[in-house]
Design a protein around this ligand. Structure first.
Ligand code: ZN
Length: 448
């Protein structure tokens, strides 16, 4: 039957078309406002479905730009949003250098060796966010990761959300447990942390702030390979997810090397080939770069978590950053002479400053001699003589006619230098520490 349009039908139709055009224009405008300049079409849905995000306040200086839609590691379908923190950003690379950071979570597993083989063959560096319980059972894989020059990050102990996101103290407990396992294996405490499932919907301000205060760097990602969206995501889909993400100069790619991720291993050569083709360099994440972190989800407010007490923070978080080696200089003032020890030139062990004898004493104007036959260091500092007997582990201080001060000393040998506690060294010379202070910039010890 032929359709005969009445005037009223035509009118109705044109009104409908006009409404449709207006809707499309509105969607385009709102989409553009919320999305990054390089956003692709899928960002529009992100921006419009998450308008409430802008209401969540943050004390971090965060750029609240929407990142490309991606699923978190468990595939709950929650869109993730990038927090890029300006205050910690370090521009180390040349402006046009393109860098990709491949990251592998949830290992080590039987698949990790295969991932390492591929990375070796392709001469590509990567980062492994490992679980403490798995690291404990495969220390040899952890060795292999580190030996090959890749970075190790902390991904909690058991990955169980109920525990990790019930309160910060639980999350902290798991980070510390994994850290101890890794310290035991490789002698280093990793500062890089990745939250299981990503931070979005899991972290609140407390999590972000206290981890930062404790000396950790939290990294989410820019590119989700989608390999944990569901069980057995085929390699072709993983490759497609990665290669269809809009390129930018620095990208962190999320993948998994945990049990059940054989398809990721299969996809990896293709992913590496893709980034090589586009001129990217492969690097391991480091503490010096600005972290990529997602926005705080408004939903975390409903978790009803208790914040840790001030006393708990003082006891656990505040001293923690010192574990990662001194980041500040130590200014030492003794007998009216001031000298500065850069980070690495001193250490803080069990609450005590440890210093290399020769470096410190020569800078304070003393002469240091090593008596090889007696394995003794002899320091002459004005009218003071200090003798450190490394065989007997004793230190003796003599000054003019006064009687000698002799006592035990804990000596640490580091390569070619002898390290002892600063307090013992100063006291043996007749100096007394009168003040110890620390600021953000430096530490200061005054003796007289
Ligand atoms: Zn994970």
């Amino acid at each position: 039957m032929k359709r005969n349009c009445t005037i009223s039908q035509l009118l109705l139709r044109s009104i409908l078309i006009m409404m449709l055009v207006i809707t499309v224009v509105i969607v385009m405008i709102t989409g553009q406002k919320g999305a990054l300049p390089e956003a692709n079409a899928s960002d529009i849905s992100t921006a419009s479905s998450s308008g409430s995000l802008s209401a969540s306040a943050s004390s971090h200086s965060v750029n609240r730009a929407a990142a490309p839609v991606s699923l978190d590691a468990v595939g709950t379908g929650v869109p993730t949003f990038e927090r890029s923190i300006a205050k910690t950003s370090v521009a180390k690379k040349s402006s046009n250098e393109k860098i990709v950071y491949l990251t592998f979570d949830d290992g080590p597993s039987k698949l990790t060796d295969q991932v390492l083989d591929i990375l070796k063959k392709e001469n590509a560096a990567a980062t492994f966010f490992v679980l403490g319980e798995h690291a404990k059972h495969s220390p040899e894989v952890i060795y292999r990761i580190v030996d090959a020059g890749h970075a190790i990050g902390n991904h909690s102990f058991d990955h169980k959300y109920d525990d990790l996101y019930s309160s910060f103290t639980h999350f902290w407990g798991q980070i510390k447990a994994t850290e101890e396992v890794l310290k035991e294996i490789i002698g280093v405490r990793p500062e890089l942390v990745r939250a299981p499932g990503g931070t979005y919907g899991h972290f609140d301000e407390t999590y972000f702030n206290l981890l930062e205060q404790g000396g950790y760097k939290v990294f989410d990602w820019d590119v989700d390979s989608g390999d944990s969206k569901r069980r057995g995501v085929p390699a072709s889909e993983i490759v497609k997810n990665v290669t269809s993400t809009k390129l930018k100069n620095e990208m962190i790619v999320l993948m998994h090397d945990g049990t059940g991720h054989a398809e990721t291993v299969k996809a990896l050569p293709e992913i590496i080939k893709f980034y090589k083709k586009h001129g990217y360099t492969f690097r391991a994440l480091s503490t010096e770069q600005s972290p990529v972190q997602f926005h705080i989800s408004p939903s975390v407010k409903n978790k009803g978590r208790n914040s840790p007490s001030l006393a708990w923070v003082q006891k656990n978080v505040v001293p923690n950053a010192d574990l990662f080696g001194p980041g500040q200089s130590l200014v030492l003032e003794a007998a009216g002479v001031e000298t500065r020890l850069d980070p690495g030139e001193y250490s803080l062990r069990n609450g005590q400053y440890q210093v290399p004898i020769r470096t410190v004493m020569e800078r304070l104007g003393a002469q240091v001699k090593w008596d090889q036959s007696n394995r003794t260091a002899v320091i002459v500092w004005g009218d003071v003589r200090i003798i450190i007997d490394t065989k007997r582990e004793t230190i003796t201080g003599e000054q003019g006619e006064s009687s000698a001060r002799k006592g035990p000393v804990a000596i640490n040998h580091d390569k070619s230098s002898l390290w002892i506690p600063l307090r013992t060294l100063l006291e043996s010379s007749g100096q007394t520490i009168v003040s110890v202070a620390a600021s953000q910039k430096e530490r200061r010890v005054k003796a007289q």
